[in-house]
Design a protein around this ligand. Sequence first.
Ligand SMILES: NC(=O)c1ccc[n+]([C@@H]2O[C@H](COP(=O)([O-])OP(=O)(O)OC[C@H]3O[C@@H](n4cnc5c(N)ncnc54)[C@H](O)[C@@H]3O)[C@@H](O)[C@H]2O)c1
Length: 275
Amino acid sequence: MGAGFALVTGGAAGIGRAVAERLAAGELRLVLWDRDEAALERAVAELGTDGRRVEGMVVDVAREEVVVAAMESCCQRLGPPRAVVNNAGIGLQRPLLSHTLDDFRRIFAVNLFGLFAVLREAARRLVAAGGGGRLVNLASVAGLRGSVGRAAYGASKAAVVNLTQVAAVELARHGIAVNAVAPGPVETPLVRVMHTPATRAAWLRHVPAGRYGEPGEVAEVVAWLATRAPHWLTGQVLAVDGGFAAGGLLFEVAGEEAGTALVAENGKERPEETP
Ligand SMILES: NC(=O)c1ccc[n+]([C@@H]2O[C@H](COP(=O)([O-])OP(=O)(O)OC[C@H]3O[C@@H](n4cnc5c(N)ncnc54)[C@H](O)[C@@H]3O)[C@@H](O)[C@H]2O)c1
């Protein structure tokens, strides 16, 4: 059996592609799964230069039998999946009152059921092989906060958060760490389709950093969790979001109100000079 491999689902574009770039430089052979064959071929060609060992497989994570067969084929050739990034996901923006159950089924099929199938298949192999591993799931700040239009998407990501905790608890004794990363808005192909000018303006009002993230900023954290983080770090959800999830009362990021100081003492208010 081989030394094992690193796996990124949805590795052909966006955040997954940026994660793949970082893992391609690592010690483990890198396998990218994606359902977009053309994008996958491009990614493998670009990442596979410099003698790096990268391969792509056309896998739709929403198809359980395909996931099971693909995991079996990879493990037979390469050994256990020591680092798994469960990144493949799809989005939906639609008012709550217009959501259908089919919307939920479509989104959950990829974001939750597909992610679960990959996680379970990977974990089974790691438990059988011994020696531990690291699994990272892509959640979203939409799974931590109630965002307009995100009934199905947000619920799927909230489920990913809890699944991460359950998996972490059950797998910890096997030396398998399971964590989630919850990105805020990141400039990717998904966001270019989903975010209207009004959506963008709303995000920019609520992200303390005052900007969208770049795929590489999320990928740095994901790659660290997938390959180098201590196994003692498990069951956590790390928001990589320009401060969005930490936010409370927010003024315009660079607005005048934020610079105004007001002190309340014993029920009396007095304005204070800003130094
Ligand atoms: N971009 C953001 O702002 C943002 C924010 C929070 C969370 N996320 C999450 O991060 C992950 C990546 O998002 P992104 O913005 O890079 O998306 P993206 O659409 O830009 O890229 C996703 C990749 O996954 C692939 N994919 C989609 N469905 C698949 C399936 N069923 N099987 C295999 N591959 C599939 C696509 O072909 C594509 O290559 C998703 O889980 C998404 O929900 C993104």
